[in-house]
Design a protein around this ligand. Structure first.
Ligand code: HEM
Ligand code: NFK
Length: 281
């Protein structure tokens, strides 16, 4: 036997094997729970891919929410540096999520149809975390709470998010605190509706883009928001293309028209003035 093989038979010098008094990898990460949560409802080979992609996406969405909420708290205290760090992380996660569509697209329409009927009425339309992110970004729609009526805690949390400020509201307050005029109509509006573009906000952002001196932080904040919007749209577009590729124009299991519904969702733009100003500059 070579020395190399002998070494392979032994644990590396000093490696711990007793975890009775201290935390282990699987214990810390709750892997018994996490890895027992993949329960296919059919015998189809590709259902495991389908479950893993969705669960991984939900985990990443959990981190997105954690980061956006913390970034909002930082912005409220004009702590731009920490807020930028967190928003940059959100953008990287979004890149990861956009990339994950390419893994899912290895599943053909025929593969998917082997288990689609087993999915019942379940659909990403009922993703509470997805809806929370849409709300946090400013796409507020009370009607979207309806699928959560049977889970009161989830419903209450989403309702609080619907009624609370969005990331953009916090950014607009930062504009005002930093000397820009933001009309009271915007700041005191009913926040449970989708955000609508406003002239005073467009003027404020436009002047920052024209003369960033003294306002580099707000300028950078604006560009971070544009990054998030851009990535969000890319995710929506890749979802739409994947859906077209896999189920064509069938109705969705969630009950909507499917492609038609998702196409319409693409028309909603977060932070509209940041896009309008590009035409005006
Ligand atoms: C075979 C792959 C997929 C198909 C065919 C598909 C299809 C659809 C359809 C048709 C809808 C419209 C709602 C309805 O069901 O009536 C929808 C919504 C949605 N799906 Fe998927 N989807 C797929 C994969 C995914 C994945 C991997 C995710 C990631 C979590 C996801 C998340 C969502 C979300 C969040 C919505 C709601 C979008 C909104 O309301 O704007 N979907 N999907
Ligand atoms: N709405 C999809 C089903 C679907 O994709 C789905 C089903 C259960 C859990 C998550 C899903 N993902 C996104 O909608 C369909 O109509 O085929």
């Amino acid at each position: 036997m070579t020395d190399e093989t002998k070494r392979g038979e032994n644990l590396p010098e000093g490696a711990h094997t007793d975890f009775s008094d201290s935390m282990s990898y699987g214990g810390y990460l709750r892997l018994t729970d996490l890895l027992s949560a993949q329960k296919p409802v059919s015998d189809a080979h590709d259902e495991m891919l389908f479950i893993v992609i969705h669960q991984a996406t939900e985990l990443w969405m959990k981190l997105i929410i954690h980061e956006i909420r913390a970034a909002m708290a930082a912005l409220e205290g004009d702590a731009f540096g920490p807020a930028f760090k967190m928003l940059s992380r959100v953008a990287r996660i979004q890149t990861q999520l956009i990339q994950s569509w390419s893994v899912l697209s290895t599943m053909t329409p025929a593969d998917y149809l082997t288990f689609r009927d087993d999915l019942g009425r379940s659909s990403g339309f009922q993703s509470a975390q997805y809806r929370e992110i849409e709300f946090l970004m400013g796409n507020k729609r009370r009607a979207m709470l309806a699928p959560f009526a049977e889970t009161p805690a989830v419903h209450a949390h989403l309702l609080a998010t619907l009624e609370g400020p969005s990331l953009y509201d916090v950014a607009l307050e930062a504009l005002k605190r930093n000397g820009f005029e933001v009309s009271d109509e915007v700041l005191r509006r009913d926040r449970t509706h989708p955000y609508q573009a406003d002239d005073s906000v467009r003027k404020a952002w436009t002047s920052i883009y024209q003369k960033p001196d003294g306002h580099w932080e707000l300028y950078e904040l604006a560009e971070k928001l544009v990054d998030l919007e851009d990535s969000f749209q890319q995710w929506r577009f890749r979802h739409l293309e994947t859906v077209k590729r896999i189920i064509g124009h069938r109705r969705g299991t969630g009950g909507t028209a499917g492609v038609g519904y998702l196409q319409h969702a693409l028309s909603y733009v977060f932070f509209p003035e940041l896009w309008d100003l590009r035409t005006e500059l």
